[in-house]
Each structure stands twice: as structure tokens, then as C-alpha cells.
Design a protein around this ligand. Structure first.
Ligand code: PEP
Ligand code: MN
Length: 349
């Protein structure tokens, strides 16, 4: 159930509704937005009687949510959620560009690529330290050492670090080093991990599992939100289909659909979505045209020597070309690109 507060409701009215929810043994989740304040209720096993709240001062309406998820739903919050990471944002009018190698391979590699990307205006550095590899014999990541290199790169460049957390054992260590926690495709169904992340107050990038329905993705987000962490960014990274011509099928339907269903941002990862570097650029542009809040792109100084996913990684010069194209495309869909990217790119034209 979601309680819609009146636009003129007093702070004390809101407090009384929260107390009433708690006195019933349930949990209130307050969403303040420009249009109105709403309170999502969780913890109830059965339908709650709307009349319990409709008669209270400051309450305008009560919505019985028909979907199995509520806190991540548009009903819970009417306007788009903007997630703050330091002085930057995900989900606002500026496109969020996350770039970096698939894996952190060495100190030199990550410091060098972070410098290159930061000079281009990229604010979010990606790189896996704990890698969930299909084969146990493949490179598993530099683990704690990798986290330290990421942190050093962030300190040197001022970038924000986004890196994958693979399990509950390493969660606190990864959370100490990351600004945004990435939950990988293989872990979208790991509900105990999602709940533990929900207890932290740190932004989460939640990748869609390669066989997950949109509803399952929303429910995974709900696991995080139900614990009080609403800083969730969804990520479409391709799903498995009958066709093996590409690594995955990038489901761009997900972008406008998630915008309709949820108040949370949605970004797209065309690197894993296609599995082929030459398809990354057109699909990145298609994602932005479809209304994505941002992109996650694998970039490597020398993709042929990459320890993972080199075949889908862009070289820095190709990535720069993509940024140039995005600088022209973004305004057509009401988005901007980071200021540092724009002037130099325009000068290059
Ligand atoms: C990654 O981002 O490097 C990754 C492993 O992604 P996914 O979980 O989408 O496969
Ligand atoms: Mn990868």
C-alpha cells in the first residue's frame, strides 16, 4: 500500500502517519518528491484497510499497489529519482557515462586508463576486482589489490569507482573502496546479497540477469529498497535468446518500459549486450535515443591483450568518437553530456 500525502500536509501529519504504520508493526518508506510526498508500507502480509489512513489529517489518497513490487514502482514516487554520488548525479538531465576495463589487471593499467578517461570528462570509472567468470580457470580478478588500485585511481583523478561485489563475504571490503556497488548479472537473484546491500546507504548498480524478466529485475530492486536503500540504478546488459550470433540480445524495450514502471534510473551496457566492440557504438547511441539515463562501456588501452572481454572493449580513440557522437545526440532527447566532454569535442569538430 502507498499513502499519498496532501501537497499542503504538515510535517506533523507525516510523522503521525509514520507512527501509525509503525504501531501496526509495519515499516514506512518516505519518498519526498517535487510533486508530493508518498509513504510506501512494507512488512504487511495481508492487504491493509485503506480507511485506517484515509481519515488521517494530511492524507490525500491511498493506493493499493497491484504489482508485486512497490517501493521501486512509479506509484511510490511520481518523479524520477536522482541518485547523488559525491557532487555528481545519476538519473538527472546529464547522461551518466561509466567507462573502464572489464577487469583491473595491474596498477599501471588502471591508473593509465583512468587518466585517459578522466581527461575526456568521464566521471565514473568501472573495473572488476572480483570477477565472476564462467570458468574457474579464467582470470578471477586482482581482488583486494585491485580494489586498492581502483581507489588510488579515484584519488588521483577525482573519478567515482564502480566495481562488482560478488558475495556477502567481501561486501564490506568492496563497499569501503567503491562509490557505487555493482551487482552483476549472475547475482541478480542472490537475495541475501541484495538484502545486505539494502542495509547499506550506498548507491547500487543492479544488472539484469541474462534470463530475468523485467518484473524479476524490479523485484530484485525491491529486495534492496525494502531494507531502506533506495539508491538503485537498473542496468540492461542483454539477455539470452535463441540467436547466438551476438553474445546477448540487448533488450532496449527495457529502457522505456522501466521508465514507465519505476522512478529509478536505467542505464545500458552495450559492451556485454553485444559482446562485439564494433556493435557497441551503434547500440550505445540507440540506448541513449531510447531514453537511457546513461551508459556503461568497457574501454581498454589494448583490447587484444585484455585479460577479460577484450573482444567487446573499445580503444580510447573509438570511445572518444562515441562521446563525440553522443554530444550531438544527447540534446535531441533532452539530455546533456558532462561539461568537460562537450567543449573539447566541439573544438575538435
Ligand atoms: C561486468 O560488468 O564486467 C560483468 C561481469 O557484467 P555482467 O554481470 O553483466 O555479465
Ligand atoms: Mn566484462
Amino acid at each position: 500500500m502507498i499513502v499519498l500525502m496532501d501537497k499542503q500536509a504538515a510535517r506533523t501529519d507525516l510523522e503521525k502517519v509514520k507512527q501509525k504504520i509503525e504501531s501496526l508493526g509495519f515499516v514506512p518508506h518516505v519518498f519526498v518528491s517535487a510533486q508530493r510526498t508518498t509513504i510506501g508500507i512494507t512488512g504487511n502480509k495481508e492487504r491493509i484497510d485503506s480507511d485506517l489512513f484515509l481519515s488521517m489529517a494530511g492524507v490525500e489518497d491511498v493506493i493499493q499497489v497491484s504489482k508485486p513490487y512497490k517501493l521501486v514502482s512509479r506509484e511510490a514516487k511520481l518523479d524520477d529519482t536522482i541518485i547523488r554520488v559525491g557532487k555528481d548525479e545519476i538519473g538527472g538531465s546529464e547522461l551518466t557515462i561509466i567507462a573502464g576495463p572489464c577487469s583491473v589487471e595491474s596498477r599501471t593499467q588502471i591508473l593509465e586508463i583512468a587518466g585517459i578517461l578522466s581527461d575526456m570528462g568521464v566521471k565514473f570509472l568501472r573495473g572488476g576486482a572480483y570477477k565472476p567468470r564462467t570458468s574457474p580457470y579464467s582470470f578471477q580478478g586482482l581482488r583486494e589489490e585491485g580494489l586498492e588500485y581502483l581507489k588510488e585511481a579515484a584519488l588521483k583523478t577525482g573519478m567515482h569507482v564502480i566495481t562488482e561485489v560478488k558475495d556477502t563475504e567481501t561486501l564490506s571490503l568492496v563497499a569501503e573502496h567503491a562509490d557505487v556497488l555493482q551487482v552483476g548479472s549472475r547475482n541478480m537473484y542472490n537475495y541475501s546479497l541484495l538484502e545486505r546491500i539494502g542495509k547499506l546507504r550506498k548507491p547500487v548498480l543492479l544488472k539484469r540477469a541474462f534470463s530475468a524478466t523485467i518484473e524479476e529485475l524490479m523485484m530484485a530492486g525491491e529486495y534492496v529498497a525494502s531494507q531502506g536503500n533506495y539508491q538503485i540504478v537498473f542496468c540492461e546488459r542483454g539477455i539470452r535468446s535463441f540467436d547466438s550470433s551476438t553474445r546477448n540480445s540487448l533488450d532496449l524495450n527495457a529502457v522505456p518500459l522501466i521508465k514507465r514502471l519505476s522512478h529509478l534510473p536505467i542505464i545500458v551496457d552495450p559492451s556485454h549486450g553485444t559482446g562485439s566492440w564494433d556493435l557497441v557504438m551503434p547500440m550505445a547511441q540507440a540506448a541513449v535515443a531510447a531514453g537511457a539515463d546513461g551508459l556503461m562501456i568497457e574501454v581498454h588501452q589494448d583490447p587484444t591483450s585484455a585479460l577479460s572481454d577484450g573482444f567487446q572493449s573499445l580503444r580510447p580513440d573509438k570511445f572518444k568518437l562515441l562521446l563525440e557522437r553522443l554530444s550531438r545526440l544527447a540534446p535531441l532527447v533532452g539530455k546533456s553530456i558532462p561539461a568537460k566532454m562537450a567543449p573539447s569535442l566541439i573544438m575538435n569538430n
